[in-house]
Design a binder for this molecule. Sequence first.
Ligand code: NDP
Length: 419
Amino acid sequence: MSRVLVIGCGGVANVAIRKCCMLPEVFTELCIASRTKSKCDALAAELKDKTTTKITTAQVNADSVEELCALIKSYKPDLVMNIALPYQDLTIMEACLQCKVNYMDTANYEPEDTDDPEWRKVYDKRCKEQGFSAYFDYSWQWAYRKRFEEAGLTALLGCGFDPGVTQAYCAYAKKHEFDEIDTIDILDCNGGDHGYAFATNFNPEVNLREVSAPGSYWEDGHWVEIPAMSIKREYKFDQVGDKDMYLLHHEEIESLAQNIPEVKRIRFFMTFGQSYLTHMKCLENVGMLSTTPINFEGHEIVPIKFLKALLPDPASLGPRTHGKTNIGCIFTGRKDGKEKTYYIYNVCDHQECYREGASQAISYTTGVPAMCGALMMLTGKWTTPGVHTVEEFDPDPFLAALDQYGLPKSESHDPALVP
Ligand code: NDP
């Protein structure tokens, strides 16, 4: 029996909400609140006769702590699921603290305005001290640790697939397969084809910022940064086949390096087709990925926001996307004094996702873990007060829930390693 407030009603939230409504005994009441209320109303109307979960909707500007507090105080949820954008993480965490309610999200904080001088000061210092230059990092949300702990509240960060399930895979490997882990390679393969020359599978602004940034990996206790897309490997993925993949910076590397301190190297690779890369490079070269506003015929526009308006809505890719995703982690290390390797991953079919939840596999593989993370928090399995990432909790009930609700794991004890 619980009341949950979901903030955001985009591609990922749509999947998470549909999944929550399949478990009305846990998600008894749900309020869907977002910037555009009509999207919340449309989803609520569609689900009305399919679930006994009592759904209400609300309009909220999640950039405003005041508006969020007013909504939380009137709805009185047990948990706030932030499935809006990373830009809103801090305002929603702040509102949760002020209103004494548990919090979770699917991606770590980054600012919408990367030209903000106050933010830049902190960012420049972090780039120098830490050695990676991605716009996002955990420091902003980890700064809330003490306050959440003292309030007896739990904040669960980054509970999608990657970050999210990939960290549960690491916790699972550490618990069941290894005494010591030496290396972790996280491989994110999307073998799907949507038929467009260029489109992004989730929010274009967040996606393009991530992919066009320099890559980095963790090695021997420090970050190694490389130019964007400068490390390429080929890998043969189960049920997908041979793909080119590129080393990217990714947020879970930062928390894994802290929580599995013996690990010597952590890398993250994502597959990209040549058409995607050529388009992205071209758009970057002409300035379309810029977040700095320009004046165009008397109007101020932000190039990447304008580009977002031109690109296909990720939520519309579902019916067109065929093929599979394969996301997981390859480990090397030791168990009982013997060297060993291990690969744990999930394969997800775009069309099966669409048939079940009207979405493609990228939203599905993020929305299902978000629901499962909420399930862990609401059923008392993941409740340690403070601000935590997924690998800090017991992976077993979470992976069991993923097996049950649509993202079953596969394993190999003799995987091909990434050179
Ligand atoms: P969408 O752009 O499809 O949806 C975002 C939603 O948030 C929209 O409903 C939008 O409203 C709403 N929103 C944006 N700004 C505000 C605001 N100020 N106040 C209230 N609501 C707001 O994004 P996705 O569903 O693709 O992604 C959701 C989250 O999931 C993102 O944080 C993304 O980074 C993360 N993600 C995580 C992954 C993982 O594996 N961990 C993978 C993929 C995504 P409106 O309709 O008005 O635009």
